[in-house]
Design a protein around this ligand. Structure first.
Ligand SMILES: [Zn+2]
Length: 89
């Protein structure tokens, strides 16, 4: 079974109704389903920020859209999980 970070709480709500506080949710369908709806555009913006420090719009980091700031946190946490798993191997 494949698990992803909880889409409701991003792993930060120990009382989350969706994940029960575990911070993860199982994936029951093709993972490409979750990549629809602007995911490619977000990842391009994330890479520009992560690799080059370029933000999608003018202003400071916390002046970006709430969705961008939230998704940066989600991707950073997923990357940390992958790095931990690589370290365990
Ligand atoms: Zn949750």
């Amino acid at each position: 079974m494949l698990y992803i970070t909880c889409s409701e709480c991003s792993g930060f709500n120990p009382k989350c109704a969706k994940c029960g506080g575990g911070g993860e949710q199982p994936v029951y369908r093709c993972p490409s389903y979750y990549a629809r709806g602007g995911g490619n555009e977000f990842m391009a913006a994330y890479r520009a920020f992560s690799d080059h420090g370029v933000l999608p719009t003018g202003g400071a980091y916390l002046e970006q859209s709430a969705e961008f700031v939230r998704m940066v946190g989600v991707v950073d946490r997923e990357r940390a999980v992958l790095e931990r798993e690589k370290g365990d191997g």
